[in-house]
Design a protein around this ligand. Structure first.
Ligand code: GAR
Length: 191
């Protein structure tokens, strides 16, 4: 029996796409559902390409009721992957998927994490601080933004004249190289 993955995304979904590709014909796990809090987002195109069901998250079904958690339960979801998902995860969701939910962050936590530190904000802060390197972090999700235990980090050297966009590109390459593989290790490593 395949383990069932749900991906939560908010935007273009390039990490989601890598995970969809990785688990398309996988022995251990499959992507079952993609949930997104935006009406229009690139991630829906990836879902369509791979024939994966989608679900639109709203405040009502994500924060004000347990409708989404019930949906995940009814679909027998084993594991939740946050891939560029920008909404805060409510406590009941954290508890429902304790040790079964991971996030990717485009920086080297614990630096450049926390509320408001996402996407380009991270790369701009890294640039402003004159950092010589940046990277990505994959971590477990707990109640605090970006503070769950770290599973894996990868780093990349920065040139002094790298712009925030250059940094973003370098970091995204690391994300694409690592996320699906690390999810596989965590989810399927005991098989
Ligand atoms: C990724 O760089 C991811 O690390 C970041 O958003 C981008 C999404 O790209 N996530 C966060 O900042 C979460 N705090 P994608 O939609 O192309 O995968």
């Amino acid at each position: 029996m395949h383990k069932r993955i749900a991906i939560l995304a908010s935007g273009g979904g390039s990490n989601a796409e890598k995970i969809l590709a990785h688990f398309q014909q996988h022995d251990c796990a499959r992507v079952d559902l993609i949930a997104c809090n935006r009406k229009e987002a690139g991630v829906y195109n990836h879902a369509e390409t791979y024939g994966i069901d989608t679900f639109r998250l709203t405040r009502a079904n994500f924060y004000e009721s347990d409708e989404f958690i019930q949906l995940l339960k009814s679909r027998h979801i084993d594991f939740v992957v946050l891939a560029g998902f920008l909404w805060f995860i409510p406590q009941q969701m954290v508890h429902a998927f304790e040790n079964r939910m991971v996030n990717i962050h485009p920086g080297l936590l614990p630096k450049y994490g926390g509320k408001g530190m996402y996407g380009h904000h991270v790369h701009e802060a890294v640039k402003a601080a004159g950092e010589r390197e940046s990277g990505m972090t994959i971590h477990w999700v707990n109640e605090a933004y970006d503070e769950g235990n770290i599973i894996f980090q990868d780093r990349v050297a920065l040139d002094p004249d790298d712009s925030p966009d250059d940094i973003a590109r370098k970091v995204l390459m690391l994300e694409h190289r690592n996320y699906a593989r690390v999810v596989e290790e965590v989810l399927c490593g005991d098989q």
